[in-house]
Each structure stands twice: as structure tokens, then as C-alpha cells.
Write a protein that binds this ligand. Structure first.
Ligand code: ASP
Ligand code: MG
Length: 402
């Protein structure tokens, strides 16, 4: 069968590891599989390049940034192809351009529009192992683009879809997707499979194993993705379409996200148009709002709170003050030491009482809930950051996830 195998930065972090990866690929070949390989830059390389750029300019030109960042993956494709060839395997390295990964022009987070993959098909026909640079493509002007941090996952999934590969294997430094972060909850269990939708929630909630956009892409084209360890034997976790077994389980996992800050407008006039005068400017400043709570008004005043990514707080301060003046709010309060704890599971669709048990569990630990949001397959609570780890541990235990 045809498989796409993607190896992350730590998996190709030094020469020894590159040899180890080459041996894994050789093994799949011996088992009779046709393999298309995608690699990331060596671990730390993309960060190193970013740092260099920021030493030269506070806001480096984005076209030049992509030219720079795309070099990381060029190094690893060449080295890995050399390692494979030294083992007597016929391998060839290709850049994003060479395999026809066409994107839009949104430098540093471009979207894939089309993939020709001609050279990959040619290589496969000749029994050659194509080793493709992840994270990069070209736009209609032939300029290099990159696909956003973690974008090699997207390259791998998109190639798997374009080539109709049977599987997309994401080799990484963890053994799969867990019921919670094993560093916080030692009894966390590896999941055999999760649905795309759950994985998307887990990815966006801070389980950084797969890039969110790659999961969206996999869901759209129904690419079976397997996350597994480069270093330890094991089945890994299959990310796939939702099925019956998945619905049996009430909660699949619990995650935490510290990248949160809260803004509260106090004493806001309670009449039509106010919300749009708050969120219009916030949206125009490209600040992503997550949860929003508006209290029941007292008299003709109300309070309104919302959460944003913590990194945007500095950007939001002046703006929030200006908005407060504009709408005649009494004051603005900004808070950064908050976090979000979430339960995720497609089983929530058919099981009731998850929220009640979550709140009970947090209450028993004396943890105050500041905000709550729910969707069909997720419940999130905003709490003080210092309570995040105890909350994750308590919820993991209460829902018997270990
Ligand atoms: N090298 C890029 C990054 O560090 C892409 C990737 O590793 O997936 O974000
Ligand atoms: Mg990654």
C-alpha cells in the first residue's frame, strides 16, 4: 500500500536520528509499502531562523521570512535522502515547488490551493522514495510560501489526500494522543482512536501534537492519520471518522490552555449596538475572541467579559481603553493569569450530566469558575491559572480516564 510518513523536528534532530528514521523507512519498504516521506526542519531550526530575522527587523518582511524559513526543511530532505541512499535505497529529495504545492499568497501562513505531485508520481513509478520538504509551497508568482507553524503536518496530510494514500503516519516524539498531558497526569492513557472533531478540539485547546489546519484538512478528505512515536514501538493513535465505539465513551480527554487573557468592560450602557462597537474594533485589530459573557443588566448598565489569546493582551490594552471611552463604560479590567480547562468527547452528544459532574469536581477542589462555554462535544471553564493542573488531575480522575 501507499503510505505518507512524516517525521517531525525531534525525529530528525541530529545525524543519528536521521539514520534511525532512514532505517524505519527501509523497514516499510521491505514490508512492501510504497512510501512518500515528508520532513520538518531539525528541531529548533525554525525558531533559530525566526530569532535571526527578529534581530534584524522588528517586523521582518514576510516574503523574505518565508524564503528564510523554508531553508530549514531543505536541509533535512537532502540529509535524509543521503542517508537512505547510503543504505542502498533509491531516494530523492524535493522542495515544495518541485512537487507542485501551490498556495495562496498569505506569506507565513499560506493555504494550499492545489497539488500537482507530478514528480512524486514519477518517482513512485520508478521505485524511488520521494523525500519532500514539509511546511512550504509556492504562490502564483513562484515565490516561496510557508504554511504556518507546524505546517509539515499539513503537507503530509495534503499529499496523502492528493495521492490517495492509504494512511498518513505522523511520526513524533510522543506515543500518540493521550487522555491528558502525561506530564501533568501520570496515569493518562493513550487513546487507540479519536475522531477528527475531537482531535480538532484537542489540537486547538493546546494539545500540540498535530497542527489544527492539518486536522481540518484530514477531516475534509477523510485521510486516516496515525500519530505514533519515532523512538518507541507501538500502535499510536488513529485519527479517523467518528464511529459507534467513540460514542460509548462519555469523555475522551481533558486539556488545559494557558494562552488566555480576559477583558471585562464594567458598567456598559445596556442598549442595542454596544456589542458591535466593542467587537468590531477588536476584530479589525485581528484579535481572536473566544468566550464572551454578558451579565444580566442592572438598571441600564451591564458588564461584558471576553477572552483572547494572552499574547494579544498588550495589543488590546489601548484599544480596550479607547472602546470603553467610546461606549461610555465605567471601567475596563484586564486579567492575564487565567487558563481554560476543557473536557472533550463525542460521547457528550448522547450522555447528559457531564457539565454537572465537571462543576461538582471543580467545586470540591475549591476552584472558582469564571466563565463557561459548551459545544456539542466540549465543555470549557475559565479558571485561575494556578488551579489549572489540579483541575486537570481532578477531572481526569472524576471521569475515570486513567
Ligand atoms: N519547521 C516548521 C515549524 O517548526 C514546520 C514544522 O515543523 O511542521 O513550525
Ligand atoms: Mg509539529
Amino acid at each position: 500500500m501507499l503510505v505518507v510518513q512524516k517525521f517531525g523536528g525531534t525525529s530528525v534532530g541530529n545525524v543519528e536520528r536521521i539514520k534511525h528514521v532512514a532505517a524505519l523507512i527501509a523497514k516499510s519498504r521491505q514490508a512492501g509499502d510504497a512510501v512518500v516521506v515528508v520532513v520538518s526542519a531539525m528541531s529548533g531550526e525554525t525558531d533559530r531562523l525566526l530569532k535571526l530575522a527578529h534581530e534584524l527587523a522588528p517586523f521582518p518582511d514576510e516574503r523574505e521570512m518565508d524564503m528564510l524559513l523554508s531553508t530549514g526543511e531543505r536541509v533535512t530532505i537532502a540529509l535524509l535522502a543521503m542517508a537512505l541512499r547510503a543504505m542502498g535505497l533509491d531516494a530523492r529529495s524535493y522542495t515544495g515547488r518541485q512537487v507542485g504545492i501551490m498556495t495562496d499568497s498569505t506569506h507565513t501562513r499560506a493555504r494550499i490551493e492545489r497539488i500537482t505531485a507530478e514528480r512524486i508520481k514519477e518517482a513512485l513509478d520508478q521505485g524511488i522514495i520521494p523525500v519532500v520538504a514539509g511546511f512550504q509551497g509556492i504562490n502564483e508568482n513562484n515565490d516561496v510560501t510557508t504554511l504556518g507553524r507546524g505546517g509539515s503536518d499539513l503537507t503530509a496530510v495534503a499529499l496523502a489526500a492528493a495521492l490517495h494514500a492509504e494512511q498518513c503516519l505522523i511520526y513524533t516524539d510522543v506515543e500518540g494522543i493521550f487522555t491528558a498531558d502525561p506530564n501533568i497526569v501520570p496515569s493518562a492513557r493513550k487513546l487507540e482512536k479519536v475522531s477528527y472533531e475531537e482531535m480538532l478540539e484537542l489540537a486547538s485547546l493546546g494539545a500540540k501534537v498535530l497542527q489544527s489546519r492539518s486536522v481540518e484538512f484530514a477531516a475534509k478528505y477523510e485521510v486516516p492519520v496515525i500519530v505514533k512515536s519515532t523512538f518507541k514501538k507501538g500502535e499510536g493513535t488513529l485519527v479517523t471518522k467518528e464511529d459507534r465505539d467513540m460514542e460509548q465513551v462519555m469523555v475522551s480527554g481533558v486539556t488545559g490552555d494557558r494562552n488566555q487573557a480576559k477583558i471585562t468592560f464594567i458598567g456598559v450602557p445596556d442598549h442595542p449596538g454596544i456589542a458591535s462597537r466593542i467587537f468590531g474594533p477588536i476584530g479589525s485589530a485581528n484579535i481572536l475572541v473566544d468566550m464572551i459573557i454578558q451579565n444580566v443588566g442592572q438598571g441600564d448598565l451591564t458588564d461584558l467579559s471576553f477572552t483572547i489569546p494572552r499574547g494579544d493582551l498588550h495589543k488590546a490594552v489601548d484599544l480596550a481603553n479607547r472602546i470603553a471611552k467610546d461606549i461610555g463604560a465605567r471601567s475596563v479590567e484586564l486579567k492575564d493569569k487565567i487558563a481554560k480547562v476543557s473536557l472533550v468527547g463525542v460521547g457528550m452528544r448522547s450522555h447528559s450530566g457531564v457539565a454537572a459532574r465537571m462543576f461538582e469536581t471543580l467545586a470540591a477542589k475549591g476552584i472558582n469558575i469564571m466563565m463557561i462555554s459548551t459545544s456539542e462535544i466540549k465543555i470549557s471553564c475559565v479558571i485561575e491559572e494556578q488551579h489549572l493542573e489540579p483541575a486537570i488531575q481532578a477531572l481526569h480522575q472524576a471521569f475515570e480516564l486513567g
